[in-house]
Write a protein that binds this ligand. Structure first.
Ligand code: URP
Ligand code: ZN
Ligand code: ZN
Length: 537
């Protein structure tokens, strides 16, 4: 008789978004088959067994904000540059950090040939298929125009054929941002077709104006990127987007919220019963403006490694405020916003600053490269041209474990909710992902097992330990107090004791359904002072 299980995890402290218990997990055909205090000896005969030694056993991480193979060369205002990770290196990094599902971005551009969202998705999927992936993956669609025919005809196809149930819209970046009326167009169409609307909320005009003023004063070093995007830029944009969404009663999710001001606006909207969700990211709990100022000088480029948007918050008091929002449910999900650019590559961080330089591979870039300094001096507006984004898909879970779980700021259940269960629900993957459910329809056996705390020796991170294709980590030297010991994808051990075990084509494309958190939100607001109710009469 075939064994009841293929793989069994014993001695685990099994954590889900709601519960924590000492138990064993039985896996069969890539699915969670049984959870039990113990299995009979004969059930374990010939079965692969992992002894968790009391450590946390959790649903694998679902990272809902990852940029891979993305055309980021679309604009002069921050996003230009070459994405350093493809599905090979990016998913390898994900699995080594305990993540089993990633949702990446396929982006429409304003070029006429990129008008069709379906063609865009086909092209991005071909990129993923050309390498394969170590983890399961899906796409969000970035929409940068409001063509009525495309929205009406193609959104239903994206849902039906591709299982793409989310779109991202921008309030900043010249080549991506939508006007308020364009936003309403897309939000209205997204609402009609049950597509979750993700919003990058920063006020583009404020940022542009401040950037011009900073440049006029010669303040062009990377640190000034932070001053060009102060928290009020996110404060204004979140407020505005909430108003627009309220008007048409469209659920929205703010991506990468990095300020207490933004979080407070989200909280207020949630208190009013609006279906407003928010994502935050590790950089807003681990970096501050000081990190952009570490090597600050008029010509130093080193700090470009920390440039992302929104920037990290001003100081550690902001971290504490943001931790409160993590604890109290204001933040629905915690993603990496892994947006990888190399530092030693002309199309990486120096993109736009370096005009005609050859690759700088092998050079020392600790602010001493004469060629680089020269170019920076000759070209104004350096920070304006630095591609926005930092790597973090591999460090996402361990940073939260170290900074929030182990310090008692959040419970293990909250950890699972933020990193796995809620992203799975929000983006229509639950309970296939984000759960350890053994009843039909059952969960994929996607699991992360941590090291037992008592035997884990904290270590200081260095970039060579990571598996991405980026030549730096913003968390260089930082102490980590735990790291995933095993990452299991649909019952297959992909990462064990510091070694990659799985194969590049083990990851599969996942089709998603509509937002499953929406049911939690109260009935539609019918007050005509706030809502254009007649739209739905
Ligand atoms: O700086 C960031 N966050 N870059 C990634 C692009 C985006 O807006 O998510
Ligand atoms: Zn964004
Ligand atoms: Zn992003």
């Amino acid at each position: 008789m075939a064994p009841r299980f293929d793989l069994v995890i014993v001695n685990g402290t099994v954590v889900t978004a709601s519960d924590i218990s000492t138990c064993c997990v039985g896996i069969k055909d890539g699915k969670i088959k049984a959870l039990a205090y113990a299995f009979d000896q004969d059930e374990l005969e010939g079965v692969e067994i992992i002894d968790a030694e009391g450590a946390y056993v959790m649903p694998g991480g679902v990272d809902a904000h990852v940029h891979l193979c993305q055309d980021l060369k679309t604009g002069p205002h921050g996003l230009g540059g070459e994405c350093a990770d493809n599905f090979d290196t990016g998913s390898r990094s994900a699995v080594a950090g305990g993540t089993t599902t990633i949702i990446t971005f396929a982006t429409q551009t304003r070029a006429e040939e990129d008008r069709s969202l379906i063609k865009v998705v086909e092209a991005y999927n071909a990129r993923a298929e050309s390498t394969g992936s170590y983890v399961d993956y899906g796409f969000h669609i970035i929409i940068v125009r409001n063509d009525a025919d495309i929205l009406e005809n193609e959104l239903p196809v994206l849902i039906k054929d591709w299982g793409i149930s989310s779109c991202k819209l921008f309030l900043t970046y010249e080549t991506q941002r939508l006007t308020d009326s364009q936003l309403l167009d897309v939000m209205f169409a997204a609402r009609k077709h049950s597509i979750t609307t993700m919003i990058h909320a920063e006020n583009g005009d404020m940022i542009g104006w401040l950037t011009d003023k900073l440049e006029a004063k010669g303040m062009v070093a990377p640190y000034y990127h932070a001053l060009s995007r102060p928290p009020i830029a996110e404060g204004e944009a979140t407020n505005r987007a909430i108003s627009l969404a309220t008007l048409i009663q469209n659920p929205i999710l703010f991506v990468h919220v990095g300020s207490a001001l933004g979080a407070a606006n989200v909280r207020r909207a949630q208190t009013m019963g609006l279906p407003v969700y928010a994502e935050t990211c590790p950089q807003y709990f681990n970096l501050t403006w000081d990190d952009l100022k570490r090597f600050h000088s008029p010509t130093c480029f080193e700090n470009s490694k920390m440039i992302c948007s929104p920037p990290p918050p001003p100081d550690t008091n902001d971290h504490e405020d943001l931790f409160v929002s993590l604890q109290n449910g204001t933040f629905t999900i915690y993603s990496s916003d892994h947006c990888p650019f190399r530092y030693d590559h002309p199309h990486g961080k120096p993109s736009g600053v370096l005009e005609h330089t050859p690759s700088m591979e092998g050079e020392n870039h600790d602010c001493h490269g004469e060629e680089l300094q020269d170019l920076l001096l000759r070209k104004n507006g350096a920070f304006r041209h630095v591609p926005n984004g930092i790597p973090g898909v591999e460090t996402r879970l361990s940073l939260l474990y170290t900074g929030a779980l182990q310090t008692g700021r959040i419970t293990p259940q909250k950890f699972v909710e933020l990193t796995s269960t809620n992203p799975a629900k929000l983006y229509g993957l639950y309970p296939k992902k984000g759960a350890l459910m053994n009843l039909q329809p059952g969960s994929d056996a996607d699991i992360v097992i941590w090291h037992p705390e008592k035997s884990f020796k904290p270590f200081n991170l260095t970039n060579s330990m990571l598996h991405h294709n980026v030549d730096y980590t913003p968390y260089e030297g930082k102490e980590f107090t735990n790291w995933p010991r095993y990452t299991i994808l649909r019952g297959k051990v992909m990462w064990a004791n510091g070694e990659l075990k799985g194969k590049l084509r083990d990851g599969q494309y996942v089709k998603r359904g509509p937002n499953q958190l929406k049911k939690d939100s109260p009935r539609m607001d019918k007050d005509p002072r706030r809502v254009a109710t007649w739209l739905y009469e």
